[in-house]
Design a protein around this ligand. Structure first.
Ligand SMILES: *Cc1c(COP(=O)(O)O)cnc(C)c1O
Ligand code: SF4
Length: 337
């Protein structure tokens, strides 16, 4: 029997998000140690880490209960042996996104809106993510690629909304983002700017003055779709970041992924919706897991998913019930179940 002292997980020592990003835990052993977890978890963690790196910033780590191997936030970031399992139907590119590249970094699948892949980098590596196998590198688009992509937007007046995505678009520098948004808003037929990001949740200090400068001043209507899976992810710092975003005129929505051992529970999903609304965020989608290789152990079957939705509908007002959805290659929109 090994007895150890429980290290105290502290709030980040700096408010600079770039420093917090650099100081994120990138090593399975360090992660186990920081949370006083059983060293017996190490071989599995290393095996998963070899397939998709560990990455956990301090601000997120601080919301995980030390010593609890089944913590719902830990489960999202700790690699496990199960990731090495090959399961039929779980593939590297389940969304077949590679086929929808309209221009460098632009995925145009649905009418009126395009995804603009700003960067492949993320502040956290979520174990269930389809990005674990994504072909593009962590760097942002080059100037020339950028021009080609903007040309595509200018030439298609059916496009009304540009969705900055990634990776996590907010892992790009504000100067880069500010300049990009200036180019986008100069296109008259574009009215809406959407961001799909987990950064305000993972490193709330990302919502700083530099960001609010470019985001707050654009003529475009602004929507931010956050990615929060469990109520414990919303702490005071996240709430404060949301308030700043709302004050800058940003509509806040949330998408979650339905994950076994994280949020496949009526009480957890109900608490999540309540907590989201308290932070000024409306639930948008609850996604069924994309069948990505290495994530089969997170799968919740459709029957259970529908059961959970029925429970939510019975407990919550309609505007706090997310749409249960799945992405199916070739469809004109996400499929609602
Ligand atoms: C999910 C997605 C969107 C956005 O879909 P909404 O239903 O509008 O949220 C747009 N483009 C692509 C390629 C997507 O995968
Ligand atoms: S794209 Fe989103 S879900 Fe995937 S690793 Fe990055 S933050 Fe996590």
């Amino acid at each position: 029997m090994i007895t150890r002292t429980v290290p105290f997980v502290q709030a980040p020592a700096t408010t600079d998000w770039r420093v917090q990003l650099k100081q994120a835990i990138r090593d399975p052993n360090a992660l186990l140690h920081a949370l006083a977890l059983d060293p017996a978890l190490l071989p599995g963690a290393e095996a998963g880490h070899h397939l998709f790196d560990v990455r956990v910033p301090q601000a997120y780590l601080a919301r995980i209960t030390p010593g609890d191997a089944s913590d719902p936030l830990l489960r999202q970031v700790l690699p496990m042996q199960e990731e090495t399992r090959q399961v039929a139907g779980f593939t590297a590119d389940p969304l077949e996104e590679a086929e929808h590249m309209a221009a460098p970094g632009i995925i145009h699948k649905y009418q009126g809106r395009v995804l603009f892949i700003v960067t492949g980098a993320c502040a956290i590596n979520c174990r269930y993510c389809f990005r674990r196998h994504f072909p593009y590198a962590d760097n942002t688009l080059s100037r020339r690629q950028w021009d080609t992509s903007l040309e595509y937007l200018r030439g298609n007046d059916s496009i009304r909304e540009v969705i900055l995505s990634g990776g996590d678009p907010l892992s790009a520098p504000d100067r880069y983002l500010g300049h990009l948004v200036q180019q986008i808003e100069a296109i008259p037929h574009i009215t809406r700017l959407r961001l799909h990001t987990r950064l305000p949740v993972v490193i709330p200090d990302r919502i700083n003055d530099e960001l609010l400068d470019w985001l707050g001043s654009t003529r475009l209507n602004k929507v931010m779709v956050l990615h929060i899976n469990h109520p414990n992810e919303i702490d005071e710092a996240v709430q404060a970041a949301c308030t700043r975003l709302r004050d800058a005129g940003v509509t806040l929505l949330n998408q979650s992924v339905l994950l076994e051992g994280v949020n496949d529970d009526e009480d957890v999903l109900e608490a999540l919706s309540e907590r989201l609304f308290s932070a000024g965020i409306l639930p948008y989608y609850l996604h069924v897991l994309d069948p990505v290789a290495g994530a089969a152990h997170f799968m919740v079957d459709d029957a259970r998913a529908k059961q959970l939705m029925d429970a939510l509908k019975a407990r919550l007002p309609g505007f706090l019930v997310p749409h249960l959805a799945r992405e199916e290659p070739g469809e004109a929109s996400k499929t609602r179940l």
